[in-house]
Design a protein around this ligand. Sequence first.
Ligand code: N01
Length: 536
Amino acid sequence: MGTHQSNRFDIAIVGAGFAGMYALKQALDSGRSAIVFERGDDVGGTWYWNRYPGARCDVQSMEYSYSFDKQLQQDWQWTERFAAQPEILRYAQHVADRFHLRDHIRFNTVVASADYQDTKNEWRIKTGAGDEVFAKTCIMATGCLSSTNRPAFDGIDVFEGEQYHTGLWPHQPVDFSGKRVGIIGTGSSAIQSIPIIAESAAHLTVFQRTANYSIPAHNGPIDEAYAADIRSNYDDFRERNKQMFAGFGADQARSDLSVFEVSDEEREARFEVKWQEGGLGFTSTFGDLGRSQPANQIAAEFVRDKIRATVNDPQVAELLCPDQVIGCKRVCVDTNYYKTYNKDNVTLINVRDTPIERLTKTGLIVDDTAFDFDMIIFATGFDAMTGSLLKIDVTGREGVKLADKWAAGPTTYLGLGVHGFPNLFMVSGPGSPSVLSNMIVTIEQHVDFIFTCLDFLRSSGFTTIEAEAEAEAAWVAQCNSIAGETLFPTCNSWYLGANVPGKPRIFMPFVGGFPLYQSICEEVRTANYKGFHLAS
Ligand code: N01
């Protein structure tokens, strides 16, 4: 730890991922004392934990990076179009070293509780080891996809082979060679890891409940000329990306045209161009894919045809063809995913109608059939957006628990503040664009908003800020109403909390796009934090 001697800080930050690190940097640069708590033994957040084979970012490297330091973005050289986890982790480590952040981070430290001390207007943070610190402001940079979801199958503890969750992957290499491996789930994490595991496993059995749409990454070494071009005017590139719905993709073609405004040939050609371009931009091929079922189904059928053309066994191909709306679950981006099912050592098992019954000492049982494995991998995702935050016992004003307040689903103002919880900010909380955007862009926007706000409070003599109940209710209503105009709520996604049994079903992210969100925040700021109650 650094030189700060007392256990009182201006700011306590939970989490040393990209959000926590930037919040810390802003705190230190603005002359505030700050401490960060991090449960891992290093920085990086999601990129620290998700070390499964093939883990890679779906947003291109030149876009998935901090913009706050001009020299940093000139100096750091990405090696691939889509950076792999080890490279992103090295980047996070570099940022921590370059800006001397580690001195202020308490690693291997779980935060057990955070409670607001009404009489003193400060937060008391208690760690799992029983240490206490006090801070005027608490920033929850706990991440959206950090609390792993492991289904409570019967017999979960009896399996005697190796067992891993993609989101809690070991730090040592895992050897699949010669092993019978079972993987549960076919979300992004599974879709990235399956092709790599299949290269060396004796046999890989994939248990699929819902087939997913995946678009090829067409990854490769970074195009140096392209990277140099961006670096020659990085500010402009960042600015153009901020005008994009999801905060990235400014250099990729997108269209506002309806699928139905062009001829069949042109439609196919446009889809093909986006397919060849690769990555998440596929769903921007036309403007109505997110809103109109018939338009969406045309895009979906294009992908299904690609699957049928890739997978040799027609029955396996049909099983791999998703039937939900494309994009209502997070679209995946892959390298050789569908092709992997042509390998002799890969089997796909459908567990949609006949769920996994239980685990056994030697494997698992589906529909009375026993599967024996040396290793089972849970690629079963996360208790997204609220999971990590609610693992902390957060108590606000007058003893109100965040867990109780959110019992029927999370409510926030702008995804930044919660009524009843003064001087507590979330970075990319429920109600913010977060997971529907380039996370680093929204993280920087949130952290900048928070620190501009703290500066305003300091210069205006206010000591507390708290979301007003009416503003919060109006924001929740606005978020729901925008989501209701889209196709997002039509399937059981983690955006809705539908992947975790018993979790309230509420569409959690703000789906109005980053530019709209940013302009709303700007309006709030220029109206002296309209919707927040400020007090001295
Ligand atoms: O998790 P998921 P993930 N029985 O929730 C299945 C981000 N990410 O870790 O769909 C059988 O998507 C579940 O089935 P179903 C990205 O935002 C980004 O893959 O619920 N199966 C599903 O197939 C992503 O969306 C990147 O029916 C069960 C799978 O497990 C998010 O993280 C890379 C089951 C979980 O898929 C989460 O992705 C990786 C059960 N009881 C992740 N329970 C990049 O940027 C769950 N499943 C590259």
